[in-house]
Design a protein around this ligand. Structure first.
Ligand code: SF4
Ligand code: SF4
Length: 361
């Protein structure tokens, strides 16, 4: 396993100071020291110095990170654990040491075009209004294969606003899940290039899932993958529809508590459109860890190989919501919606952004 000089610098410079220890959603859920950025840096720094082999245990530990960036934000010395985790995953792939549970997801991808190994739900493509428009509504792998009803409702909302859009039956994969599993491998870049070719036929791409918007706006750019279309997040787009009067929302007496996705709040620095939408629909009560300080509430890729831990992560977030007497938690991503839904306690509601808006039209 060879690390880049930049990653080695970040590994070696980690002070093992514990300042990011309390912020890791996985470490908090498991209570295990190995699930902290500090412990992972310690293991990988020994691998980088050839003091220990890149063993199965260290590799498994690398796949226990959600790459949520909470530790990056918190790091007092500016070191980036996400960067070396992604490089360590790439290294495992290049060394032929990927764990079986990751190989299984990659095989699913190669066979079915999605890591969940599921078939397309024809109801999703039927939700697209026009095959000829210059606006593509990009559903993404998580919603398409795990929460299709959410995608159908989101499309319904766009139709109510009079948006002329297309949903593809054979939507390409954005490359987010491959990037999560094996980082900047040639396979990941090739998936992204194929996707960019399709997206470039459109003027605007509205990403339902922030995970797809994140790779299109960040990784495509960083890796020189040309994309002519303008990429917008679903929340940014819907907020614009309300501001322009294309969606006439009536203020209700509902009170919403946003679950900020780290992909939007930290990676894309988008925090206010969701609040603008929810404030138009009712009132907003914040959790203590909000906006850039948000805490992950679930990851569907990790749920494939550490489902119990993902449930514990979501239950921790429900505790945060209950602590502020939240009535209705509103999510921005299909992954967080799916895992919060299966762990939802009694007496508190869960909604997507589109559900909240549809209730207030
Ligand atoms: S990126 Fe997130 S999951 Fe990974 S170590 Fe940092 S806080 Fe924990
Ligand atoms: S990543 Fe930063 S905050 Fe966390 S232990 Fe290392 S130096 Fe400290």
């Amino acid at each position: 396993m060879r690390f880049s000089e930049k990653s080695k610098e970040h590994l070696d410079a980690c002070r093992f100071c514990w300042m990011c220890r309390h912020i890791c959603p996985i470490g908090n859920a498991t209570g295990l020291e190995r699930n902290t950025a500090r412990a992972r840096a310690l293991g990988l720094s020994m691998v980088a110095r050839d003091a220990v082999p890149y063993s199965d245990d260290i590799i498994n530990n690398v796949y226990e990170c959600a790459t949520c960036g909470a530790c990056v934000k918190e790091c007092v010395t500016g070191w980036d654990p996400v960067m070396f985790v992604k490089e360590a995953r790439l290294g495992a792939a290049l060394d032929g040491k990927l764990p079986d549970y990751i190989l299984k997801l990659i095989n699913n991808f190669n066979e079915k075009g999605n890591i969940y190994g599921k078939d397309n739900d024809p109801a999703i493509a039927a939700a697209g209004a026009s095959a000829q428009s210059d606006t593509l509504f990009f559903i993404g792998e998580d919603a398409r294969y795990n929460t299709p009803q959410n995608a159908i409702e989101a499309a319904e909302l766009l139709k109510k606003a009079g948006v002329d859009f297309t949903v593809l039956d054979n939507e390409p994969n954005s490359g987010y899940s491959m990037d999560f599993m094996i980082g900047a491998a040639a396979e990941t870049k090739s998936v992204m290039e194929e996707c960019a070719k399709v997206l470039s036929k459109y003027k605007t791409v509205i990403c339902y899932d922030a995970a797809d918007a994140k790779v299109m706006k960040r990784e495509y750019k960083e890796w020189g993958i040309g994309l002519n279309a303008e990429v917008k997040t679903f929340t940014e787009f819907v907020s614009g529809l309300i501001k322009d009067g294309k969606l006439k929302v009536k203020k209700s007496d509902m009170c919403f508590t946003p679950q900020d996705s780290f992909l939007l709040a930290r990676d894309l620095e988008e925090t206010e459109p969701m609040r603008d939408i929810l404030n138009a629909c009712g009132c907003v009560t914040e959790m203590l860890l909000n906006r850039k300080d948000t805490m992950l509430a679930g990851n569907l890729i990790m749920a494939e190989y550490m489902g119990d831990v993902m449930d514990a992560v979501a239950r921790d977030r429900w505790v945060n919501a209950k602590n502020v007497n939240a009535k209705t938690v509103v999510t921005q991503t299909p992954a967080e919606y799916a895992i919060l839904k299966r762990t939802k306690p009694e007496g508190i509601e869960l909604m997507t952004v589109e559900e909240a808006v549809l209730k207030c039209l």
